[in-house]
Each structure stands twice: as structure tokens, then as C-alpha cells.
Ligand binder design. Structure first.
Ligand code: FAD
Ligand code: MEZ
Length: 577
């Protein structure tokens, strides 16, 4: 949830033909930070230099804010400049995000330099904890809260400048069955049905015991979230689910919120309240072993090399969807795809675990998500389709059941002309969703006062789009999708009958890495001989097996909370022995 206040201004005193950027501030719910940036742009619209005047706290803020600022620059100024200055970027993670943001906005980057680290002499420091956790995403922080609330001393190491990882990006919701929120809404569901849907969605390649554990403990995971002040009270539909089980937060006015940016500040606060110690911008490089058991972690920050002695280690580093080289090495056909992932999600935990003998499973099972903005990898949440948004092709016609599993919807989009499609929502959906309002504010969606206006903006045939939407409204009213057999039209939340309309052009992008470190239902890491590696636990996207050949939307947040709790609990028990 990012609200940006742009305070943009051309710096005065520049020589003629020289342009320098301006400053802006960003504010994010739960914490705030300020970034001040000077940008130098040459007359061929190459960014010659970026000077971060004040250090950025958040790579994500940079990813969103910088393109907006650059757009303002290029939109409000004829850029006939020829100035070069040296860039000073204070954080490598931020540099990566900024570079990605600039490139995705269609500009060239010619001279970005990371601050020279040369002069800093590194210290060495030894730390001790009962449990050390690598990665402050959803799985890591859930494990931390759980182990710390058992009275254990917990250190969590995070290589990014902010907590949250991919969890901060999670949008649509968290799957859970037999919850009090489903009961209140009169939704019938069961653990068995949740298991069945997940196994079917994963082509039965999933580790069924892990799936059973996730489904059985999903309702208590929702209770756990309630206990720390996170209430996922609205229940929507995700692709491949037989019923509504995607739990999501709403604001005081009942508007739907993104699940991840809602949860992460609550996790962070709960962890701090339980005396968990965070080491930020600190990268774990090695799991320390003694006589076959994990006994700590080596890690490094800009000025310190750490040896962290611990009685148990929990890996929670996420997957490798932000490392497109690694993605390509396991699945060459994904070369050239954009990614929805944060740039820090690079498979480090998988590599560290493999180095100490862990078995890896399902590494080639990598998911593409159907609805991704191609200029920057921004995900357009599947929950919009679950709520009633439709997909149309370049002719303005529907071509798929929108709530099939995401691998199938992706394949159906790829089969269309241009391998892309449009997702359409109406004013009612816009009014009820902070998420959609965010997409419009970020410039992802175009608007039309009427269907004809929207068709013009999309450059599709007006009569065809009109017919598609009229037909859809009629089918929702009748409760039956006679075109593509979508089976939820009797209960779908919105019918697309209220103008104005909004559309976003999308195509598939790399989204989730289903493979990773093998674990058992206690989250203990398994070695290549099928034995437990004592003291080593893993939870979340770093693991493999839960999602098999295709993850269902909403199942990753269930995975990280359920297995994060199990990892925290079992690590605490192990260190007490
Ligand atoms: P992450 O949250 O990715 O956290 C891993 C952390 O480890 C990161 O902070 C990273 O910086 C850190 N780290 C990595 N390597 C190191 C190292 N060497 N040293 C120190 N720290 C390290 N799933 C759903 O169920 N529902 C959704 O609605 C949903 N929406 C999504 C939307 C987007 C755009 C994306 C990308 C994913 C979405 N997912 C969703 C998937 C889900 O968000 C992730 O699978 C899940 O959050 C992963 O959580 P995690 O804790 O395992 O890892
Ligand atoms: O589980 C997911 O990845 C998910 C629901 C994403 C989304 O479309 O919101």
C-alpha cells in the first residue's frame, strides 16, 4: 500500500541545456521512508546518472516511484540536456530495483554506479541465539514469532533493506478451509475438498502428506493471524478452487486490500514485540554444520562478517523466481519472460541447503501467472477474475473460463494473437477495491466512460466488445456461462454492468517456483539419503513438494503461515532437548 506524494521540481541554477531531476517522498503503510533523488537525463533520453540524495529504505518504493518521477520528467519537460554526473547509490538492492524500474519504463541506463565499498574495513562479530532464521518474509517472521513466543532467543537475518520479500507482494488472498469466516458467509468447504483441489491443481505431483498438513492446519493459521491482529475476514474465489476459500483483508469501509502488504507490518510488529532481533541488509552465505547437524549461519553485511551460533537453523529465503538465470537453467522455455518476484528472491536458501547435503525436489516446476503487466512485471491479481473480471483477446472477445488454474489460463492467453489479452473490470469493482484503485493510480489500467470508449482506447472493435460485455452481464444474471462453462456465475460478486470500465493489457510472467528443499511434515530438511538433517528446518517457497506441478492461487500464503508455525514450534522443541 503505497501512497506517493510527488513533490517534483526542477532544480534551479542549472546551466542551459542541463537538466537535473527533483525530489519526491514516498510513504508506505506501517512504516515510512523518504527517498530524494536527482536524475540526469541526456538528450537521447538516456538516464546518465541517478543520485540518491537520501538513502532509500525500500526497494519497492523505488520500483514504483521512480518510473512515476521519470514519467513526470519526460512528460513535463522537453529533454534537451547533455549533462553527466556520477551516480551514488547507497544500497545495492536499491540499485538493482532502480535499474529494473528505469529499464522497464523503456529508458536506457548508461551510468549507474554502486558506491565504492573500498574504504570500509569489515569487522568480525560472533552472535549466539537459540534459533537463527534466514529470511524475513512471511514464513521467516511467522517462524520467528512462534519460536520466540516459546521463550527462545531468535535472530532473523534479512538481506534486503526492508522485511517482507515476496510476501509483501501477495495480493489475492490466503486459502483456508473450515474457517469461522467461511461459516459466517455460509460457505461450505472441507479439509478433504481443499486437499483434493490442491492435488488436482498440482497434477497429483504434490507430496500429499504436506498438502494434508497445510489443509488441516489452515483454519488454525487463520486463528493465529487473528491472535496477532491480522483479520482475513472476506472470502473470495481463486482459480482451481471448488469453492470460496481465499481469505483477504478489508479496510474500515469494506474495501478489499492486498493480503501481503497488510500482513507484513503486522508480522514485523509481532516479531519485535516477542523480542526477535532483526539483522537487516545482512546476507546469509553458509549454513554451519557440526557432526552432521546445523549449528548456525555465516552472514555478511556491508561492514560486518557474522558468525551466528545457534542450536537450530530455519531456512525461509523464498524461492528463485527473481533469478531469471536460475529459472532458465531449470526451465529453458521460460527464457525471456518477465517476473512478478522481488529482485532478492534468488534461490540462496536452496543453494545453501544443497551445499550441506539437502535433497531438492521438483526444481523444474516453475509457474507462470497469466495476468502480468509486461513493462515491469506487476501482477494483476487473480482475485479480480474470481470476483467477476473477464479476459478478452485483441478482438474484444472472451476466449477462456477465467477461473481455471493459472497454468491453463496462461496457456490460453499464449494461444491468442500476440500472446496477450485484456482484463476488464467495471466501476463497481473499482469502487470496492483499493487494489484496483492502486492499479489505476499506477497507470496500469486505461479507462473508458462507456464500453465504446474503452474499446477505442484498447483499439478493439467497439461492437464486438459491446456484445461480449452485454453477453457476460446476461450470463451472470442467468447464473450460467454458456460460452466457457465457468461454474461460479450464480455466486460471482460483480456482473460488470456499471460504467465506466477499466482495462489492463496483460500476458503471463514467471511467478512461483514450486520446487525446492525437501522437507517432512515437521519441516525438517531431508538429505539425499532420505534422512533428517538435525537442527535444519525450512518453510515457505524455499521448500518443494507442497504444490506439485502447479500451485493454486492463495495456497502459498497458506503454506508459509502453516509451515512457518510448524518450523518455529519444532525448532523451539529441538533446542529444548
Ligand atoms: P519471501 O516472502 O519471498 O521472503 C524471503 C525473504 O528471504 C526475502 O525477504 C529475501 O530478501 C530473504 N532472503 C533471501 N535470501 C537471503 C539470504 N541469503 N540472506 C538473508 N535473507 C535472504 N501467494 C498466495 O498464496 N496468495 C497471493 O495472493 C499471492 N500473491 C502473490 C503476488 C506476487 C506479486 C508474488 C510475487 C507472489 C504472490 N504469492 C501469493 C506467492 C507468495 O507471496 C510467496 O510464495 C510467499 O510469500 C513466499 O513467502 P516466503 O516467506 O517463503 O518468502
Ligand atoms: O497465489 C497467488 O499467487 C495469487 C492469488 C496471486 C494473485 O493473483 O493475487
Amino acid at each position: 500500500l503505497l501512497t506517493l506524494v510527488l513533490a517534483f521540481g526542477i532544480l534551479t541554477g542549472c546551466a542551459k541545456n542541463e537538466f537535473k531531476g527533483g525530489t519526491f517522498t514516498g510513504e508506505e503503510k506501517g512504516f515510512s521512508s523518504t527517498i530524494k533523488v536527482e536524475v540526469t537525463i541526456s538528450n537521447d533520453k538516456t538516464i546518465e546518472a541517478i543520485n540518491i540524495v537520501e538513502s532509500a529504505e525500500s526497494a519497492d518504493i523505488g520500483e514504483v516511484a521512480l518510473p512515476i518521477m521519470i514519467e513526470k520528467v519526460l512528460g513535463s519537460q522537453s529533454v534537451d540536456v547533455d549533462a553527466v554526473s556520477t551516480a551514488t547509490i547507497t544500497s545495492d538492492a536499491f540499485l538493482v530495483a532502480v535499474t529494473k524500474a528505469i529499464e522497464s519504463s523503456g529508458l536506457k541506463v548508461s551510468d549507474l554506479k554502486a558506491k565504492e565499498a573500498g574504504a570500509v574495513e569489515k569487522k568480525e562479530e560472533t552472535l549466539d541465539a537459540d534459533v537463527v532464521i534466514i529470511g524475513a518474509g512471511g514464513a521467516g517472521m511467522t517462524a520467528a514469532i512462534t519460536a520466540a513466543s516459546e521463550g527462545k532467543s531468535v535472530i532473523i537475518i534479512e538481506k534486503a533493506p526492508i522485511v517482507g520479500g515476496n510476501t509483501s507482494r501477495a495480493t489475492g488472498g490466503m486459502n483456508a478451509a473450515e474457517t469461522k469466516y467461511q461459516e459466517t458467509a455460509g460457505i461450505e468447504d472441507s479439509v478433504e475438498l481443499f486437499v483434493e483441489d490442491t492435488m488436482k491443481g498440482g497434477y497429483e505431483k504434490n507430496n500429499k502428506e504436506l498438502v494434508q498438513t497445510m489443509a488441516e492446519q489452515s483454519a488454525s493459521a487463520i486463528e493465529f493471524l487473528d491472535s496477532i491482529g491480522a483479520h482475513l475476514s472476506d472470502v473470495g474465489k481463486a482459480g482451481g478452487a471448488s469453492t470460496n476459500r481465499s481469505h483477504r483483508p478489508v479496510d474500515a469501509e469494506g474495501k478489499i486490500l492486498s493480503v501481503g502488504s497488510y500482513l507484513v507490518p503486522i508480522f514485523e510488529q509481532a516479531a519485535k514485540d516477542n523480542n526477535v532481533t532483526f539483522y537487516m541488509e545482512t546476507e546469509a552465505t553458509e549454513i554451519m554444520m557440526n557432526e552432521g547437524a546445523a549449528v548456525g549461519v555465516k552472514a555478511s553485511s556491508a561492514n560486518t562478517d557474522y558468525t551466528i551460533n545457534a542450536k537450530a537453523v530455519i531456512l525461509a529465503t523464498g524461492g528463485f523466481g527473481g533469478n531469471l538465470e536460475m529459472v532458465e537453467s531449470y526451465k529453458p522455455e521460460l527464457k525471456g519472460y518477465v517476473t512478478t518476484n522481488a529482485s532478492t528472491i534468488t534461490g540462496d536458501g536452496i543453494k545453501m541447503a544443497e551445499a550441506v547435503g539437502a535433497n531438492l525436489v521438483d526444481m523444474a516446476e516453475i509457474q507462470i501467472h497469466p495476468t502480468v503487466v509486461q513493462s515491469n512485471g506487476a501482477l494483476i491479481t487473480e482475485s479480480l477474475r474470481g470476483d467477476g473480471a473477464i479476459l478478452v483477446n485483441n478482438e474484444g472477445k472472451r476466449f477462456t473460463n477465467e477461473v481455471l488454474t493459472r497454468d491453463v489460463v496462461s496457456a490460453n492467453i499464449i494461444a491468442e494473437e500476440g500472446s496477450a489479452a485484456w482484463l476488464i473490470v467495471d466501476q463497481q469493482m473499482f469502487d470496492d477495491s483499493n487494489v484496483i484503485q492502486g492499479y489505476v493510480n499506477k497507470g496500469y489500467m486505461i479507462q473508458g466512460d462507456t464500453i465504446a470508449d474503452l474499446a477505442k482506447a484498447m483499439e478493439v472493435d467497439e461492437a464486438t466488445l459491446q456484445e461480449t460485455i452485454d453477453n457476460w452481464v446476461g450470463m451472470v444474471k442467468a447464473g450460467e456461462d454458456t460460452d466457457f462453462g465457468r461454474d461460479d456465475l450464480a455466486t460471482v460478486k460483480y456482473d460488470l454492468s456499471k460504467a465506466p470500465y477499466y482495462a489492463v493489457k496483460i500476458a503471463p510472467g514467471v511467478h512461483h517456483t514450486m520446487g525446492g528443499v525437501e522437507i517432512n511434515t515437521n519441516t525438517e530438511v531431508i538429505n539425499k539419503n532420505g534422512e533428517v538433517i538435525p537442527g535444519l528446518y525450512a518453510a515457505g517457497e524455499v521448500t518443494g513438494g507442497v504444490h506439485g506441478g502447479n500451485r493454486l492461487g492463495g495456497n502459498a500464503v497458506a503454506d508459509i503461515i502453516v509451515f512457518g508455525r510448524i518450523a518455529g514450534q519444532n525448532a523451539a522443541t529441538y533446542v529444548s532437548k
